[in-house]
Design a protein. Sequence first.
Length: 436
Amino acid sequence: MTGGSVHGGDGTTTVSVHGLGYVGLPTAALFANNGYTVYGIDTQPEKLERLRTDGADFQEAELNDYVDRVLGTDALHLRERPVASDYHLICVPTPFDHDQDAADLSYVRAAAEGIAPKLRPGDTVVVESTVPPGTTANVVGETLERNGDLLREAFNLAFCPETVLPGSILDELRGNDRIVGGIDDEATAAARDLFAGVVDGAIHTAPDAATAEFAKLAQNTHRDANIAIANELAKVARDHGVVPRPAFELANEHPRVDLLHPGPGVGGHCLPVDPLYLGQHSDHVALIEHARAVNDGMVYYVRDLLEDGLGSLADASIAVFGLAYKGNVADTRNSPATRFVETLGEPTAKVATDGGEPAVDVRVHDPHVEEAGVDLRTESAALDGADALVFMTDHDEFTDLDPTTVAERMDDNVVVDARGLTDESWHEAGLDVRRL
Ligand code: SAJ
């Protein structure tokens, strides 16, 4: 384990970052702000143009400043095609292909194909994209060898998983510990030394790349499964007439118990996807797959709570507060709230009226989200005259709501709180609150 004191580069070391998305762009800025000469490579010219003209557009102001500080300087050059560099970091998407039941590695392959002809002896390639174990050594290694002039022994190849958390990308990027695992000791050391130059956290070395790849998947799978146990226990608690969260708080008084928060499911770019990669070369994933199903099924449980409160969804006006996948971010990727809104449009025995489309008036409000492919309302357009209010995201704005005012503005009094935002005062205000 090393790390702890950022020393940075001296301007002569070159780092190419392939893929300027939510991981790659902050990573490029991290190196550019620490004395490295960085090439930010992205195959989409319009993205590069937008960056040049408008700068970064993350929902995190400090991160935008951090990126904008180096954009247009000699520290960060934007390019459409790969260039020769001492280091190449691969930060491209690896979506899960549900038809193939496998990770879609096409972007990783394409990045490696672009890097291969530029590789020089002693250069280092580091994969940061989340991938199934074995991908760095096999898929990336073979692609680099096949498309370039160098044999595997001539360059370094390692895996170092990204660690960005929407909401605190910059802090986590600079402060988190990192794991590095190379295809040999030299590659591990090269990647370790690179990251030790820019992060405050410790650098943990894995025995090989596959172990590091597995560790990354294990982290997100562990979190997903732990949220699933919280969700399952929450449903069981309600079956017993027990409100889940206060019971969880008591359970957590034990020194070795740490129940996470139940909720409407798990969204984002990592947790709903990463556990699936583990099933690619293993049949021992029953619990992991069940956890996924429990979390994905929570939107139906929330809909059941709503339906129980209203008696029927037909002709109801429902204010859905929160579309982002978690609190205080604008990110709607794989958001449970989006799926929940879809379920409200699904005809069910209880919803369907006189054989036609169910007449559910769904009014979505999210103060953080600007564009989401659904019609977004202001707070009052969503809440005034609503029969029910459903909290799907724990934004601070919602915690600050006054229950008495909410009760006055609604027509009926059903509140489904999937995020633990409400307390006794909501009952006292005359609202019929169903809490997870
Ligand atoms: N959630 C719950 N209950 C909880 C905690 C979270 O329902 O108690 C839900 C959230 O509302 C959200 C989802 O889970 O919908 C995921 O949110 P998150 O904050 O747990 O994680 P992500 O997806 O934003 O980021 C994760 C993090 N991984 C771990 O905590 C192990 C982050 O550190 C990683 O860098 C990131 O994945 C990644 O890029 O892999």
